[in-house]
Design a protein around this ligand. Sequence first.
Ligand SMILES: [Zn+2]
Length: 465
Amino acid sequence: MVDIRLTNTKTRTKHSLVPIDPQNVRLYLCGPTVYDRAHLGNARPVVVIDVLVQLLRHVYGADHVTYVRNFTDVDDKINARAAETGRPIRDITDETIGWYHADMDALGAARPDHEPRATDYIPQMITMIENLIDSGHAYAVEGHVLFEVRSFADYGKLSGRSVDDMIAGARVEVAPFKRDPMDFVLWKPSSGDQPGWDSPWGYGRPGWHIECSAMSEELLGTSFDIHAGGIDLQFPHHENEIAQSCCAHPQGEFARVWLHNEMLQVEGKKMSKSLGNFFTVRDLLDKRVPGEVIRFVLLSTHYRKPMDWTAEKAQTAEDTLWEWRVLTKDVEPAAEPDPRVIEALADDLNTAGAISVLYTLKDDPAKLLASARFLGLLRPELGDWVARDLAVIDSMAISVKDGIATLTQKMTDLREKAMESKDFSTVDSLKAALTEAGVEVRMSKTGVELIAGPRLDAAKLGALL
Ligand SMILES: [Zn+2]
């Protein structure tokens, strides 16, 4: 059995994963609030957890893993978008979920086993809030229900801060009805035009944090194995989830292992709308950056390190994937990935290490293919960007590799003749045509080398044959 070791934010140590039930390894990832396109930073945990789930399924069996990722479809940002556009909330959230699916599919991220929408779990949230009031951890006041942070001694343990430090450091909403500034909202009243549900505390809607506690309990139970999300969610969202779940179910452990991925930067700077470097996954796809290139770049930095997206990294990833796709064209994948890939991933999801193994497998295309596919790369469904370019050559019943070989011979012959005649015009014109077709021409004393680049134009190449 592969020993999977993960860095648990809760204990600040790397330790072996010991599933509560190896027949059903359970994982929860906080999902998006659905009012707009996912930006690139949102895609990072999705791709990282996709690889973790693949590893868990490999180790425990495909049917012995349950992966849940929620959709937050009740939120003031959604209400604001509805007010701005005059559109019904459900239209906005349905459309955004459709976009999200399309964008994450393009990155090769498999859909979770369950994708609960918060609005489908309102009764479970109300039951949990009632439980918290009954057990003395929450109080109702003026149509609101608040969680009483001082009633939970472990509050702040995940992020390693005391409640007093948090009050000093956080922008907390001061409301006259709060017993303590850190107390957070479980339920709040809704006015006529806001989404709302009837509850024991009047017509209203849930606060954000309670949904993940209620949905994870319903779908994974009061104790489960792994809870993941971006480091920006550690406080307050995850502290609040822990407070709610552990107080509602003191006999349960809630999540055993907490995984937090670091944030994403763009060209060395924080991504922000004000800096003009904010972009969505769709913006990149629309600029013809292939989904698997985005995936490759996201996986090339360890999830616990800040990730820097640069145009240069994307170009290198594209060149590499193109080369690997050409190498593995018409190759059947080996039965198993290289064990070093599994080893790297089992060591706290060292995806960068796993990718570095792929570079050593160029002489074994079958192994390269199986190993890359384990990371979600070189899969047929993500290969359209290359297939498009290869199609014309295919129709001539000649592979790019053979086409390049024929042209290499042609160039070699022309060069030999030119050396005798001292007239290099034919060599120069073929070289220009090859460059135009996206082929790099390298000539040295030892001979001619042609390298098909990622911008290969198959029609132009085919015309030279
Ligand atoms: Zn959450």
